[in-house]
Write a protein that binds this ligand. Structure first.
Ligand code: NAP
Length: 247
C-alpha cells in the first residue's frame, strides 16, 4: 500500500519538530513546505519543497496533483495569509487540515503590556511616551517606525535590513533566537531601553526578552495574534501524531 502523503506548511520550529516526528511513522511520507524567505533556513527532515503555491487555488491544485492525504498548517501564528489559504485549499481539494500552533504568551501580574492590533497602534503609543525602544520584529514590519525621528531604536533582525529603510537613530543587531535571559536583560539595561515592541509569537525561544522586561519594569507593546480560520487545532506533537494516525 502507498504511504499517505502529509504536507506540513512550516517555516517554524514546530514544523521541524513535526517533520522529525512524522517521518518515524511507517505509513507516512512527509513533505515540508517553506516560503523561501530566509537565505539559509533550518531544513526539516524528509522531503522539502520551497516557495509559494500561488494562493489558495495554487495550493489546492498542488494538493490534488500530488495526492496529498492531509495538510498540517504549522506556520507561524502571524503567517495568517497562509493559514487562510490552507483552509480554502483544503476545502476545495477535500483534504483534511490540522492547525498546529504554539500557545500565545499571557501577561503575568508583574508585566506592563500594552496590547495593539497593528504597528500603527504601536507607533501612536511610542510617539507619546518613548525615548529608547527595542524592536524585535520581522524586517518587513519595520517601515511604520521610521516615522519616529526622535526615538533611538535597537532593532534585532535575523536577516539584514532593506537599505531603503531610513531610521534617524538605530542600532541593528543581526541575531537568530533562542535568546538567554541574562543576555536579554543585559541588552535592555545597556541600551537603557524604555519600551520593547514585539508580537505575541509564543514559545520559549524568544520569551526571554519578556522575562527581562518584566524584571526591569519595562513596558512591552505586544501585537495581538491575527484571526485564523476555525479548523481543528493542536499544540503538541503527540496530539498531532494521534491526528495523523487516525486518518
Ligand atoms: P504569510 O503572510 O501568511 O504568507 C504570504 C505568502 O507566503 C503565502 O500566501 C504563500 O504564498 C507564502 N507562504 C507562506 N508560508 C509558506 C509556506 N510554509 N510554504 C510555502 N509558501 C508559503 O506568511 P509570512 O508571515 O510572510 O511568513 C512566511 C513564512 O515565514 C511562513 O512559512 C512562516 O511560518 C514563517 N515565519 C513567519 C513569521 C512571521 O512573524 N510572520 C515568523 C517566523 C517564521 P502563495 O500564496 O504563493 O502560496
Amino acid at each position: 500500500m502507498d504511504r499517505q502523503k502529509i504536507l506540513i506548511l512550516g517555516g517554524t520550529g514546530e514544523g521541524i519538530a513535526l517533520a522529525t516526528a512524522l517521518i518515524t511513522l511507517a505509513d507516512c511520507h512527509v513533505i515540508s513546505s517553506l516560503a523561501g524567505r530566509v537565505a539559509n533556513p533550518k531544513m526539516p527532515a524528509g522531503e522539502v519543497r520551497i516557495g509559494g503555491f500561488g494562493g489558495a487555488d495554487g495550493l489546492a491544485a498542488y494538493l490534488e496533483k500530488n495526492s496529498i492525504a492531509a495538510v498540517i498548517d504549522a506556520t507561524h501564528p502571524f503567517a495568517y495569509r497562509m493559514g487562510w489559504n490552507a483552509a480554502r485549499a483544503a476545502e476545495r481539494a477535500s483534504v483534511k487540515l490540522l492547525r498546529f500552533e504554539r500557545p500565545a504568551w499571557i501577561a503575568q501580574p508583574a508585566d506592563r503590556w500594552i496590547e495593539i492590533d497593528d504597528w500603527n497602534g504601536a507607533v501612536d503609543v511610542l510617539r507619546s511616551s518613548a525615548e529608547r525602544v527595542f524592536l524585535a520584529l520581522g524586517r518587513q514590519e519595520l517601515e511604520p517606525f521610521t516615522a519616529l525621528k526622535d526615538i533611538a531604536f535597537v532593532i534585532r533582525s535575523v536577516e539584514p535590513l532593506d537599505p531603503a529603510l531610513i531610521f534617524a537613530n538605530a542600532e541593528i543587531l543581526l541575531a537568530r533566537g533562542p535568546f538567554r535571559l541574562d543576555d536579554e536583560r543585559a541588552l535592555l539595561q545597556s541600551r537603557a531601553i524604555d519600551h520593547v515592541v514585539c508580537k505575541n509569537s509564543g514559545g520559549d525561544a524568544t520569551d526571554a526578552k519578556l522575562l527581562a522586561a518584566r524584571a526591569l519594569g519595562i513596558t512591552v507593546i505586544m501585537q495581538r495574534r491575527p484571526v485564523r480560520p476555525d479548523v481543528p487545532k493542536v499544540s503538541d506533537i503527540d496530539a498531532a501524531i494521534a491526528w495523523v494516525t487516525s486518518l
